[in-house]
Design a protein around this ligand. Structure first.
Ligand code: 5GP
Ligand code: ZN
Length: 141
């Protein structure tokens, strides 16, 4: 299987074995390994082997494979670590907090009061604005 690579990308180097990682599993299109800066114990990453930066450019079947790998890791995290909860998080672009532009899903175990800032408050939206944006997105699909 051939896939795109970027010689300057840290995750491409991990996929190629040029940088070590604590590898949890590997299949044709994906690998999973422990995050080096865990927000909580057990924080791991499901990573595409190919260098596609974001969700809008990765082939759908590879994204599906990354999701399957994330689920396998999440099942192990839930069964073995019994966290309070688990977030799956996938960032696209620096504006969304993505620091490594090589698609990956975080498997993020949660603990009570861990202060991980992923939550937002519910505020009722402007109905007309929601509908206007809905129409634009629907036309773009
Ligand atoms: P992002 O900010 O792109 O959503 O997440 C990138 C993640 O990759 C971060 O959680 C960061 O800790 C992790 N990371 C960055 N460099 C390395 C590395 O060399 N090895 C491992 N195992 N994780 C890394
Ligand atoms: Zn890469």
């Amino acid at each position: 299987m051939t896939y795109p690579t970027d010689k300057d990308c840290i995750f491409c180097k991990i996929v190629a074995g040029q940088i070590p990682c604590l590898k949890l599993l590997e299949d044709a299109d994906t690998i999973a390994f422990m995050d080096i800066n865990p927000v909580n114990p057990g924080h791991a990453l499901a990573v595409a082997k190919g260098h596609w930066p974001t969700v809008d450019v990765i082939p759908a079947e590879v994204l599906a494979a990354v999701a399957r790998t994330a689920q396998r890791v999440a099942r192990a995290v839930v069964a073995e670590l019994k966290p309070h909860g688990v977030n799956l998080l996938q960032a696209n672009g620096a504006g969304a907090g993505q620091s490594v532009p090589h698609l990956h899903i975080h498997i993020m175990p949660r603990r009570p009061n861990d202060a991980v800032a992923l939550n937002w408050d519910y505020k009722p939206g402007d109905r007309a604005e929601i509908e206007a944006i809905y129409r634009r997105l629907k036309a773009a699909l």
